[in-house]
Design a binder for this molecule. Structure first.
Ligand code: SF4
Length: 397
């Protein structure tokens, strides 16, 4: 029998919501850029857009399901457990549609106030199992938009846990997706997880595998990034690598290689084969956006790069990391960050604060590269292009 309290394939209302979605997020200007070789010129500024950018399949689906949910239940209270995706404009639009948040924000609500006839939407990056069980107990209708690529990571780490391997996740331990993934490991008796953010943290793990350094200092360093009761002396004996779907893929691969090499040094290559597994779980949408940006940087002589996306969007921050290795690059949340040709607000890599760049758009011919994270709608790219063009006195059609 169909579980009417749990829906994870939408409500079949695509046609009813498609016009509204197109109105809210599509851009005729971006469609035109795509048709004319991913570029447009205006007032001496030549814009070059990466060939893959913006909304991914998982975000498309999650946002569509949220609109379908509103359509399906016009009179019911609808909640999101937190941001559906990491884009402030999209979340604001959902709030305007009367969808409220359960994450404690101003004007938000709390799970304690939920009633059985309420509807709760789960985000594209999933929720921890305990949250899911809590919501099920409350008897609400759950609309689950968790992306299939995130579910694939869950399958990998659950296989590791079942087979007695500790899941070593390349990700950010406080990111919603990684918290949800880690919770999947813990549903298995003896399941263990450790989260490493970057190669530097992976090096510390390799040291422990090879019994170097102070075990207590290690545990202090990773106290928020390991499962309860984690014992590095035992739990680093069998390791399965996976990653948050939105990480820098070359870093994920490098980390898996480092860990494998440490296991070989510790155990010898034959035994290491039995004690080490790896599965690259960067999703194809993240990979395509990173590859397209690398191509753009390779073939176009850019003066600067604008990377558009929420400041808490993991895949967007990695696009910025790639871009800034080649050209001055700015992570902007929206067109509002472009205050004038002299002043631009942006989030520098590794910072949680906005900074101001002065004199970012020089006079004369300028080539501006553009890309957008997987949760950025095309309409935001259009706003950015129009705003830059307006600084040169041009109003684009
Ligand atoms: S970035 Fe990847 S995993 Fe995340 S929603 Fe998009 S397709 Fe799914």
């Amino acid at each position: 029998m169909t579980d009417l309290r749990y829906v994870n394939r939408g409500f079949g209302l695509e046609r009813a919501v498609s016009e509204r979605l197109a109105h809210d997020y599509r851009s005729a200007l971006v469609d035109r850029m795509r048709a004319q070789g991913f570029r447009v010129d205006a007032g001496g500024v030549s814009f070059r857009l990466a060939r893959e950018f913006g909304f991914c399949y998982g975000v498309d689906r999650a946002v569509e399901y949220a609109y379908e949910t509103r359509e399906k239940f016009p009179g019911r209270r609808i909640f999101l457990v937190g941001e559906i995706i990491h884009n402030p404009g999209v979340n604001r639009r959902l709030e305007e549609m009367g969808i409220r948040f359960l994450d404690g924000r101003e004007n938000g609500a709390s799970a304690d106030g939920l009633r059985p006839d309420d509807v709760v939407i789960l985000p594209a990056f999933g929720v921890p199992l305990t949250d899911m069980e809590d919501l099920r107990r409350r008897g609400v209708v759950l609309v689950d938009t968790t992306c299939g690529s995130v579910r694939n990571v869950w399958k990998s780490v659950e296989n590791y846990a079942r087979d007695g391997f500790t899941a070593l996740l390349h990700g950010k331990y406080d990111h919603e997706e990684t918290r949800a993934t880690a919770s999947r490991v813990l549903r298995h008796p003896g399941g263990r997880v450790i989260v490493v953010r970057d190669e530097e943290e992976a090096r510390a793990v390799c040291d422990r595998i090879e019994r170097r350094g102070d075990p207590e200092a290690f545990l202090r360093r990773f106290r928020r990034a390991v499962s309860p009761g984690f014992d590095p002396e035992v739990d680093l004996g069998r390791i399965g690598c996976a990653n948050q779907t939105t990480m820098l893929s070359r870093e994920s691969l490098a980390i898996a290689d480092m860990v494998r090499a440490a296991m070989v040094r510790r155990w010898g290559s034959e035994e290491a084969d039995r004690r080490f597994r790896a599965f690259d779980t960067v999703c194809s949408a993240t990979q395509e956006r990173q590859d397209a940006l690398v191509d753009l940087l390779r073939v176009s002589p850019l003066d600067l790069m604008l990377v558009i996306g929420g400041y808490n969007s993991s895949n967007t921050t990695h696009l910025v990391e790639i871009a800034r290795a080649s050209v001055p690059s700015y992570h902007i949340r929206s067109a509002d960050c472009l205050e004038s040709p002299e002043r631009l607000r942006h989030q520098p890599p590794g910072s949680r604060e906005e900074a101001v760049a002065e004199g970012w758009l020089r006079e004369g011919p300028v080539v501006v590269g553009l890309t957008a994270g997987a949760s950025t709608p095309n309409v935001e790219i259009e706003r950015v292009v129009r705003r830059v063009a307006s600084f040169r006195g041009v109003a684009l059609d």
